[in-house]
Design a protein around this ligand. Structure first.
Ligand SMILES: *[C@@H]1O[C@H](CO)[C@@H](O)[C@H](O)[C@H]1NC(C)=O
Ligand SMILES: [Cu+2]
Length: 229
């Protein structure tokens, strides 16, 4: 990986600080680590996914992990994740969901296929150098759309560290999938639907980008438009 001298000077000491999303926050309560969240491969080293074409880009699950439980949440309520280590790197925060197919369960379904829709996408604030709403956050949350049909879902958080993203596979993806059972939902039709891997390309303008020089004046979130319910 090549870095420009300018980039290194502007962004010192950024390589080692990583983070995970181990706990779901339901009804304002922080739950135990990996209780409702599928344990990720990086649960000890905290390192990111960098290959958007790998299966790890979906839920970053650790092979052989213990099965997680499924949390009950009301449609229209907020569900969040603890960011352990805090969101140290600059970049966008996104939440996706996927409905568990009939006959399967959130506990065991693998989340494959064109099944994922986005419920939140947070880009930067412009003016001077870019700042991001999730900078330094220790918890992040999204509202489950009130019109979302009831049922079991995977609930995926994604933060993309863009501090060294000017080359292919330089962006750092921090990901977790929670297991939730939505109650009191509506008759909405979530979309557009995408697959993981598949939703992103390494060269997407929101993934391969130098955020330091020249400072961008616009930013395109990777993936589909947000479904607003
Ligand atoms: C999900 O909620 C429904 C409605 O309350 C319930 O019948 C079902 O057993 C729940 N499933 C899980 C896995 O919690
Ligand atoms: Cu890091």
């Amino acid at each position: 990986m090549k870095f420009s001298t300018t980039l290194l000077l502007l962004a010192p000491a950024i390589a080692s600080a990583h983070y995970t999303f181990p706990s779901l926050i339901v009804n304002g309560q922080t739950t135990a680590e990996w209780q409702y969240v599928r344990q990720t491969e990086n649960y000890q080293h905290n390192g990111p996914v960098t290959d958007v074409n790998s299966n790890a880009i979906r839920c970053y699950e650790r092979p052989g992990r213990a099965q997680a439980q499924t949390a009950t949440v009301a449609a229209g309520s907020k569900v969040g994740f603890v960011a352990k280590g805090s969101i140290y790197h600059p970049g966008p925060l996104q939440f996706y969901m996927a409905k568990v197919p009939a006959g399967q369960s959130a506990a065991t379904w693998d989340g494959s296929g064109q099944v994922w829709f986005k419920i939140l996408g947070q880009g930067p604030n412009f003016g001077g150098s870019l700042t991001w709403p999730s900078d330094g956050a220790t918890r992040v949350e999204a509202t489950i759309p009130a019109s979302l049909p009831s049922g079991e879902y995977l609930f995926r958080v994604e933060h993309i560290g863009l501090h060294s993203a000017s080359g292919v596979n330089g962006a750092q993806f921090y990901i977790s999938c929670g297991q939730i059972n939505v109650t009191g939902g509506g008759n909405g039709s979530p979309g557009p639907l995408v697959s993981f891997p598949g939703a992103y390309r390494p060269t997407d303008p929101g993934i391969m980008i130098n955020i330091y020089y020249p400072v961008p004046t616009s930013y395109q979130l990777p993936g589909p438009a947000v479904w607003r319910g």
